[in-house]
Ligand binder design. Structure first.
Ligand code: G3P
Length: 227
C-alpha cells in the first residue's frame, strides 16, 4: 500500500560520472543532482578528486553524492575523514550498507549531522530497515542487480516503503541500478521517493521513438503547407 505523496521535491538524480552529460542534463530543474561510485568514476578515466572538484564547481542548487571507499571500518573511516576535508559540506556521502558501513553512518550522523548520507548496495528489506534505524537520509536499492539474482526488487522497495511508514522512519528511498525504463517506472510505482538514472535512459525517456515518428510526419506536413 502506497501512502506517501511528497510530490515534486524529490525530483530525480543522474547516475553518472560523465561531466559533459551532467552539464547538459543539469539544465533541467527536475534533475536534483548526481550519484557516483568507484565504477562510474573508473569508466570516465578520471581521478575521484578532480571529478569532485569539477562537479562541485558546476553545482549551485544541485547535489553530488560521492562514495566512501574501503571495506574494513578503518579504511572506510579514513576515507570518510579524507572526504570531509576535500568536499563541500553540501556534498552527500554514499556509504555501503554493511556492518562496517552502518557503524560509519552512525558516526557521521552523530558527529556531522549536516552531511547527507545515502546508504548504498541495498538488496534486502533488512538492510533498508537498519539504514533507517541508523538515521540515513536515503537508501539505494539496486534494482537491476536484484533482478539479476532472481530477487524481486519491486517487492523489496514496496516492503521497505511500508516498513518506513509503519515504523515512522523518515529515510527516503532512491531506486538505483537501472538498465531500462520499465524498471524505473515499476520502482517508482512501488513507492520509491526518487530514482538515480543513467543519462542514456533519461534520454530514451525523453525521446520516445513513436513520438519522434509522429513529429517527423507533422514536420513534413508543416513544410508542405509552406510550399
Ligand atoms: O547507483 C548505483 C549504480 O551505479 C549501480 O548501477 O548499473 O552498476 O548496477 P549498476
Amino acid at each position: 500500500m502506497i501512502t506517501k505523496n511528497r510530490g515534486k521535491e524529490d525530483k530525480l538524480f543522474l547516475d553518472t560520472a560523465d561531466k559533459d552529460e551532467i552539464v547538459k542534463l543539469s539544465n533541467f530543474d527536475w534533475i536534483k543532482g548526481v550519484t557516483t561510485n568507484p565504477t562510474l568514476i573508473r569508466y570516465v578515466h578520471k581521478k575521484r578528486q578532480s571529478l569532485i572538484d569539477e562537479i562541485e564547481q558546476e553545482f549551485d542548487d544541485k547535489k553530488l553524492f560521492v562514495q566512501v571507499q574501503g571495506r574494513s571500518y578503518k579504511e572506510m573511516e579514513e576515507d570518510f575523514f579524507y572526504l570531509l576535508e576535500v568536499t563541500s559540506k553540501t556534498t552527500g556521502l554514499k556509504v555501503p550498507t554493511t556492518e562496517n558501513g552502518l557503524e560509519l553512518i552512525q558516526k557521521i550522523k552523530n558527529e556531522h549531522p549536516e552531511r547527507t548520507v545515502l546508504a548504498t548496495i541495498v538488496y534486502s528489506v533488512e538492510q533498508g530497515y537498519l539504514a533507517g534505524l541508523v538515521g540515513c537520509d536515503w537508501i539505494a536499492p539496486y534494482v537491476n542487480r536484484m533482478e539479476n539474482q532472481n530477487i524481486n526488487p519491486y517487492k523489496i522497495v514496496q516492503d521497505i516503503h511500508q516498513l518506513y511508514h509503519v515504523q515512522n522512519l523518515s529515510t527516503k528511498i532512491m531506486g538505483a541500478s537501472f538498465k531500462n525504463q520499465a524498471q524505473i517506472r515499476q520502482t517508482l510505482l512501488s513507492g520509491a521517493d526518487t530514482v538515480t538514472v543513467p543519462p542514456i535512459i533519461i534520454k530514451s525517456m525523453m525521446n520516445n521513438v513513436l513520438a519522434e515518428e509522429s513529429l517527423k510526419v507533422f514536420q513534413q506536413h508543416a513544410q508542405e503547407e509552406e510550399i
